[in-house]
Design a protein around this ligand. Structure first.
Ligand code: NAG
Length: 288
């Protein structure tokens, strides 16, 4: 017994020394990280004139900037609005990827339909005059790469996405303002409600074809591109289609209720052609 107690004492002493050493080293590492700017201490030094919970500003600032290397176009994420929560990821797709999606879809384009809110079935409609087709999830390597990138951008797993829908709008074609979330039981059986939408522009549009949010809160005439917008585009917060850009907006708020400020439409194309690809994302796994 006595022998045991003797041998235990120095052991306890050395283990407490070790804990101290580890703590000191940890503190040292944290200090180095802080000094190098890898870690930062959160501060509340935002705009003091902005009230907490006031989301009504059209934000429009660049939050992250990644310098493009090897000749790739610069990629950055821009917050354009908090009500609805909407973000533009610039140069999300390469030109090759845009052309690839168009070439896959082109032979299969059909007149677009809308969801009948009473039956939940698809129906023809005058509010949506584009043509489109679905590309199944995980169809090939290129599509899987794009779908992985969407999952990284949205923080929502690939499995919660529907297939990509490629859409084509010719001059005069449009999609009247609508919600992406469902009001019926039928469409939410697989995957539940739609939580977010990633809309990728596969072509530039010379005039018109903006994605417009007519119910966006804030002074949407303050966007820098205001003078380039069509009459329809001036009816709300508008995003001009630009090849490769991806628009992410949320149909649901963080409290899981649907967000009516996510009302959005596709303005009529005035000049040129509009190609886009849409990824609708559900709250649960979407089985294909
Ligand atoms: C909205 O923004 C525009 C452009 O910055 C400005 O001229 C206008 O006065 C603003 N309107 C309001 C109501 O703040």
């Amino acid at each position: 017994m006595a022998k045991g107690r003797h041998s235990r004492l120095p052991a306890r002493k050395s283990s407490s020394t070790m804990i101290l050493t580890v703590l000191l080293m940890f503190t040292f590492v944290i200090l180095i990280l802080l000094a190098l700017g890898i870690l930062s201490i959160p501060s509340n030094s935002g705009d003091p004139s902005r009230k907490a919970n006031d989301l009504s500003t059209i934000v429009h600032n660049k939050v992250d900037r990644i310098e493009g290397d090897d000749g790739k176009r610069e990629q950055w994420v821009e917050v354009i609005s908090w009500e609805p929560r909407a973000f533009i990821y610039h140069n999300f797709l390469s030109e090759e990827e845009c052309d690839y999606l168009i070439s896959l879809a082109k032979p299969h384009m059909q007149k677009s339909t809308v969801v009948d809110s009473e039956t939940g079935k698809s129906k023809d409609s005058r509010v949506r005059t584009s043509s489109g087709t679905f590309l199944p999830r995980g169809r090939d390597k290129k599509i899987r790469e794009i779908e992985k990138r969407i999952a990284d951008f949205t923080f929502i797993p690939v499995e919660q996405g529907e297939g990509l829908q490629v859409l084509h709008y010719e001059v005069g074609q449009k999609y009247e303002p609508h919600f992406d979330y469902f009001m019926d039981e039928f469409n939410t059986k697989n995957g539940g409600q739609r939580i977010a939408t990633v809309l990728m522009y596969l072509s530039d549009v010379e005039e018109g074809g903006e994605t417009v949010f007519p119910s966006a809160k804030g002074n949407y005439s303050a966007v820098p591109w205001w003078n380039e917008l069509s009459e329809c585009g001036k009816g709300g917060l508008s995003v001009k289609p630009k090849m490769g850009d991806a628009l992410l907006f949320w149909s649901m708020k963080p409290d899981a209720s649907v967000d009516p400020s996510s009302l959005h439409g596709g303005c009529p194309v005035i000049k040129g052609n509009k190609w886009s690809a849409t990824k609708w994302i559900r709250v649960n796994e979407y089985k294909v």
